[in-house]
Design a protein around this ligand. Structure first.
Ligand code: UD1
Length: 371
């Protein structure tokens, strides 16, 4: 029986950990899983709602770290996590994604000689100004098992000198969660509550520091969204980081520079961050998604929904090559042109789903841990 610590720290981790935890619980003769929540995200809307929607039990261990600078947050996770590893003596620690919790827990284990499995290994934006890119490169360098979502990730790892025998292409476990919850998400009333008609609205998410921490960039994006909102309702669940910046900069958020909650002038409806099921119900009915999220590029690809990525690069090129993603950048004119082109395009596109994004990745991850 393998004792596994599963690390869940920030919002995009939870839908990756949930199917792996559930699979390990089903295979109870083979696995003894424990969830460790670092507390990187802590608001009900950023964390608790996801545990409920994903039917995950409360974390077995909660490190309660909270927000801080990168150095302080990473260091706090490490000092809180080290005694947990020493006490629990796991066979493996499994980290997912690219957040500060991922590298912090991996680094602790590498010094203690505890084996590390990294789910979603090998993705590269080649933009080292992105904190996540540093987390990806470093976590991969010290992991024992690199579990990848796409074959370009395998190639990236090989090019960095990581031996082939550590790399396993298992597919995309986040899509396990998507497939499991798509039907369930129809119980959400979010579209009715916001008076939206399927296929006749756009959804926006923004939280990358490069987009929201810079006033000129954020204002430019917001102005382009207001232009788009003249054509189609635009719904924008606002990440806490982005909310702080909108308020701090007094960015024109549809006519109310100081507040954002409930603002709906000029067609932009700004709302609180949504839970997993409500958000799935929202984006799955959209005509168009505009985002700087990594996960949403993949989710829209699987559902065949056009996605405009408001970044200059992506670590998920397969969503462009096979999926519905278009890299638009942050130039307001380019955003508007791409959005209007997508809104005017009523043709049915063939949706290609990347290999092994089939809802069965958690099983393959478990198999690889046993090998
Ligand atoms: C983090 C991840 C990012 C991921 C994103 C998803 C890193 C380096 N970044 O970015 O990769 O895409 O999560 O959301 O790990 N805050 C709250 N409540 C919370 C959490 C955060 O209000 O529950 C606010 C705090 O003011 C905090 C700010 O949001 O300072 C940023 O949070 P942080 O976890 O540092 O980074 P994210 O921008 O969320």
């Amino acid at each position: 029986m393998l004792k596994i610590l599963l690390i869940a720290g920030a919002r995009p981790n939870f839908m990756k950990v949930a199917p792996i935890y559930a699979e390990m619980r089903r295979r109870e003769a083979e696995f003894s899983p424990m969830i460790v929540h670092t507390g990187q995200h802590y608001d009900a809307a950023m964390s608790g709602a996801f545990f409920e929607d994903l039917k995950m039990p409360r974390a077995d261990v909660h490190l309660g770290v909270g927000s801080a600078s990168h150095a302080v947050q990473t260091a706090k996770i490490m000092t809180e996590f080290e005694p947990v590893v020493l006490r629990e003596e796991p066979d493996w620690v499994l980290v997912v994604g690219d957040v500060n919790s991922t590298i912090a827990c991996a680094l602790v284990c590498s010094k203690l000689g505890i084996k590390i499995a990294h789910v979603e290994a090998g993705l590269r934006s080649r933009d080292r100004t992105m904190p996540e890119e540093i987390n990806r490169i470093l976590t991969d360098a010290i992991s024992d098992l690199l579990l990848t979502t796409s074959q370009d990730a395998d190639e990236n790892l090989l090019a960095e000198g990581i031996p082939q025998e550590k790399i396993r292409f298992v597919g995309n476990v986040m899509i396990d969660s998507l497939r499991e919850h798509l039907e369930l998400s129809t119980s959400s009333n979010i579209r009715e509550d916001l008076k939206l008609t399927q296929g006749e609205y756009a959804v926006v998410t923004l939280h990358r520091p490069s987009n929201v921490d810079d006033k000129t960039t954020l204002s430019g994006i917001m102005n382009s969204l207001m232009e788009i909102a003249k054509d189609v309702p635009v719904v924008f669940p606002v990440h806490p980081r982005t909310r702080v910046k909108i308020d701090e900069f007094g960015v024109n958020a549809g006519g109310n520079p100081n507040g954002s909650e409930g603002v709906s002038s000029a067609g932009i409806t700004m709302i609180e961050p949504l839970g997993y099921l409500d958000f799935m119900r929202l984006y799955s009915g959209a005509k168009l998604v505009l985002t700087d999220s990594g996960g949403l590029q993949e989710e829209t690809t699987v559902l065949g929904i056009p996605c405009l990525t408001l970044r200059e690069n992506t670590e998920r090129p397969i969503t462009i090559e096979m999926g519905t993603n278009i890299l638009v950048g942050t130039n307001p004119e380019k955003i508007k042109a791409a959005a209007f082109a997508a809104l005017d395009d009523d043709s049915k596109h063939e949706t290609k789903i990347p290999p092994l994004w089939d809802g069965k990745a958690a099983g393959r991850i478990c198999d690889e841990l046993l090998r």
